[in-house]
Design a protein around this ligand. Structure first.
Ligand SMILES: Nc1ncnc2c1ncn2[C@@H]1O[C@H](COP(=O)(O)OP(=O)(O)OP(=O)(O)O)[C@@H](O)[C@H]1O
Length: 353
C-alpha cells in the first residue's frame, strides 16, 4: 500500500544543506499499522510529508495506494488522510460545523456532508461535543476530531504525525483504540510517527526504526526486541560466586555481571529456561532471594543499532539538527494547507523545490 525506494530530501539552509532523509526504503502492506520510531530530527516528519504529497522529494520514488507521489499527486491525495503534529489552528468553529465544512470542501452535497459528519461524530465519540468550539476541547478530544477530519473523504491510508504527543496515558490509550478500530473495521492502512516506545510497542504491527534519515531496522516489535540479545535475568543472592559458577556451567556464553548481592546476564527466551535454571541452582545448593526477568525495550533495540539511546541527540547532530530559518524552497510547504489537518484539506499547497 506504501512503498518507498531511495527517497531523499534535503533542505538548503543559511548554514548549508541539511540532508533530512537519505534514502528511505520500506514497504507497508494493506491494513498494517506501521510506526516510524526515531529520535528528534531523524527524518520521520519529512518522510511522512513527502508521502502525503505536501513536500516534493529531492530524489527517489514512492507509491501510495498504487500511485506515484509526484506523477500522480492528486490521486494519492484522494486516497490519503493526514493528521499533522499536534498544534491545531485554535479554530473558533464548532466541532460539528468543522466536520461538515470539511465534507463540503471535498465536494459532498449538503445532505451527504451532514450524513458523513454525523457518522464520524458517532464513531469518534464526539456526540456530546459537537456544539462545542474546537478551541475548548481537551487534547484527547482534539486529536479525535483531527483524526475524524482526516477521514472525511474515506481514505484508504491515514498518516498520523505524533498522534498522541502531549496526551495523558488514558487519552493516549483511548486514541490507540480508535486507531486499531480503523484497521479492524475498515481495513485501513496506518503509518504513524512516534517518539513513544510504548506506542510503537503496543500499537504497531511493525516498527521502522529511523536514524539519520534512513530505516535502520524494520520488524515487529517482538522480533526487534528478541534480536537485541535476549532478556535480562537478575538473580539476587547472598552467594554470588556460587551462583555465577553454576550459571556459567549451564550457559557458557552468558555475559555474567557478578555484584556483591546479585548476578545478572542476558539470555534469549529466558522465561522458557527458568525452570532449568532454578533446578540447576537448587542442585548446586544456591539460595536465591529473588529472580527478575526483564524483556528488552525498543530503546535497547535503538541502542543496539546505533550506540545511542532514543533520547540522545544524533551523533551527526550538527548537520541533522541544524534547523535555522528554512530556506525559501521550504517555506511554502506550510502554506494554505498547514494547520492541523495538512493533506486532509483538498488541494494543499505543494512545495516544488
Ligand atoms: N523546512 C526545513 N528547513 C530546514 N531544515 C529542515 C526543514 N524541515 C526539516 N528540517 C531538518 O531535517 C531534519 C529532519 O527533520 P524531521 O522533522 O523530518 O525529523 P523528525 O524525525 O520528524 O523529528 P521530530 O521527531 O523532532 O519531529 C532535521 O534536522 C530538521 O531540522
Amino acid at each position: 500500500m506504501i512503498s518507498a525506494r531511495g527517497l531523499t530530501r534535503s533542505f538548503r539552509t543559511r548554514t548549508g544543506p541539511v540532508q533530512a532523509v537519505r534514502g528511505m526504503e520500506f514497504e507497508v502492506g494493506a491494513g498494517e499499522i506501521v510506526g516510524f520510531l526515531g529520535p528528534n530530527g531523524a527524518g520521520k516528519t519529512t518522510t511522512v510529508r513527502m508521502l502525503s504529497t505536501l513536500l516534493a522529494p529531492s530524489g527517489g520514488t514512492a507509491e501510495v495506494a498504487g500511485f506515484d507521489i509526484v506523477a500522480d499527486r492528486d490521486r494519492v491525495r484522494a486516497h490519503i488522510g493526514m493528521v499533522s503534529q499536534a498544534g491545531g489552528t485554535g479554530s473558533d468553529h464548532r466541532v460539528g460545523d468543522e466536520l461538515r465544512t470539511q465534507a463540503r470542501l471535498y465536494g459532498m452535497t449538503r445532505a451527504r456532508a451532514e450524513e458523513r459528519a454525523g457518522s464520524l461524530i458517532e464513531e469518534f465519540q464526539l456526540t456530546d461535543l459537537q456544539k462545542r468550539h474546537v478551541r475548548t476541547l481537551s487534547g484527547g478530544q482534539r486529536r479525535r476530531l483531527d483524526i475524524a477530519m482526516g477521514l472525511v473523504h474515506r481514505p484508504r491510508v491515514l498518516f498520523l504525525d505524533e498522534p498522541t504527543a502531549g496526551l495523558d496515558p488514558q487519552a493516549r490509550a483511548d486514541l490507540w483504540d480508535h486507531v486499531r478500530g480503523l484497521r479492524e473495521r475498515q481495513g485501513m492502512t496506518l503509518l504513524l510517527t512516534t517518539h513513544y516506545l510504548e506506542e510503537a510497542d503496543l500499537l504497531c504491527d511493525r516498527v521502522l526504526v529511523i536514524d539519520g534519515g534512513r530505516v535502520v531496522a524494520a520488524d515487529t516489535p517482538e522480533a526487534l526486541k528478541s534480536a537485541v540479545g535476549g532478556d535480562l535475568v537478575v538473580l539476587t543472592t547472598d552467594q554470588p560466586g556460587d551462583t555465577a559458577r553454576t550459571v556459567s556451567r549451564m550457559f557458557p556464553d552468558a555475559d555474567l555481571d557478578t555484584r556483591p548481592g546479585s548476578v545478572q546476564f542476558h539470555l534469549r527466551n529466558a522465561q522458557s529456561h527458568l525452570p532449568e535454571l532454578l533446578r540447576g541452582l537448587d542442585l548446586a545448593g544456591v539460595r536465591l532471594a529473588s529472580v527478575a526477568v526483564t524483556r528488552p525495550s525498543l530503546d535497547d533495540v535503538f541502542l543496539g543499532l546505533t550506540g545511542r539511546s532514543l533520547g540522545e541527540a544524533p551523533a551527526d547532530g550538527g548537520a541533522q539538527a541544524a534547523d535555522p530559518a528554512p530556506d525559501s524552497a521550504a517555506a511554502p510547504d506550510d502554506g494554505p494547507a498547514g494547520g492541523q489537518h495538512g493533506a486532509d484539506r483538498p488541494e494543499p499547497a505543494l512545495e516544488v523545490g
